[in-house]
Write a protein that binds this ligand. Structure first.
Ligand SMILES: *[C@@H]1O[C@H](CO)[C@@H](O)[C@H](O)[C@H]1NC(C)=O
Ligand SMILES: *[C@@H]1O[C@H](CO)[C@@H](O)[C@H](O)[C@H]1NC(C)=O
Ligand SMILES: *[C@@H]1O[C@H](CO)[C@@H](O)[C@H](O)[C@H]1NC(C)=O
Length: 187
């Protein structure tokens, strides 16, 4: 409902401000997947950061110690497998806030968030041409769900391990969905 409202508001906004649309744009599926991968990790980071850091949960409480007592290990909820799985389950809904667009300046594909976290209109609207394409295979949610389906376990492992820069680890190193900026410059 909120999304629908935002869409209506933004299309109204386009009309008033003469938002331009890209025509006959060929979306490179690999490039799109790379961008979706990066945004998916960004949204997972945000979702996890919203879990209260003080909330602790017990994990693996079924082992007995030498005296026959249950061993309790507590971890922050944000570092529990259950909480992480729950985040993964709904994370692709966040893709509804993004739109595929082309930077006017250099013709590069980008995913623009319609609104920022605090609900403000993204200031970059006027610098892009919006892509209109109904092909489901190029939809952001579809690509996100594909990534989660395939790499959910790996993602959870990264978060449980407290891995640094998970977007780079997953999108460049592990899945090779994105090229590293370095190797691009070297080409
Ligand atoms: C294209 O322009 C945007 C906006 O200035 C910039 O963020 C992006 O890095 C540029 N991409 C390339 C490949 O130059
Ligand atoms: C607007 O574009 C700039 C340049 O690419 C980027 O650094 C910035 O994060 C963008 N702002 C938003 C709200 O997406
Ligand atoms: C979408 O992807 C599926 C599976 O890769 C493929 O079978 C189908 O033809 C694609 N649809 C379009 C419209 O490209």
């Amino acid at each position: 409902m909120l999304v629908l409202y935002l869409l209506l508001v933004s299309f109204q906004y386009f009309r008033v401000n003469g938002q331009s649309f890209a025509s006959n744009t060929k979306i490179n599926p690999k490039e799109l997947k790379c961008l979706v991968c990066e945004k998916t990790v960004l949204e997972i980071d945000r979702a996890i950061s919203k879990i209260s850091p003080d909330k602790m949960v017990e994990v693996g409480g079924f082992r007995l110690d030498g005296e026959g007592n249950y061993q309790h290990k507590t971890v922050p909820q944000s570092r529990s497998e259950l909480a992480l799985s729950e985040v993964m389950e709904t994370i692709c809904d966040k893709m509804d806030n993004y739109i595929r667009a082309i930077w006017k300046e250099n013709g590069t594909l980008t995913l623009l968030s319609m609104t920022s976290e605090d609900g403000l209109m993204n200031p970059n609207w006027s610098d892009v041409d919006i892509i209109q394409d109904d092909d489901l295979n190029k939809s952001l949610k579809y690509n996100c769900e594909g990534i989660i389906e395939e790499y959910e376990e790996k993602l959870i492992e990264y978060y449980l391990d407290g891995t640094d820069n998970i977007a780079e680890q997953l999108c460049i190193e592990y899945t090779k969905l994105c090229h590293s900026k370095k190797s691009k410059d070297e080409l």
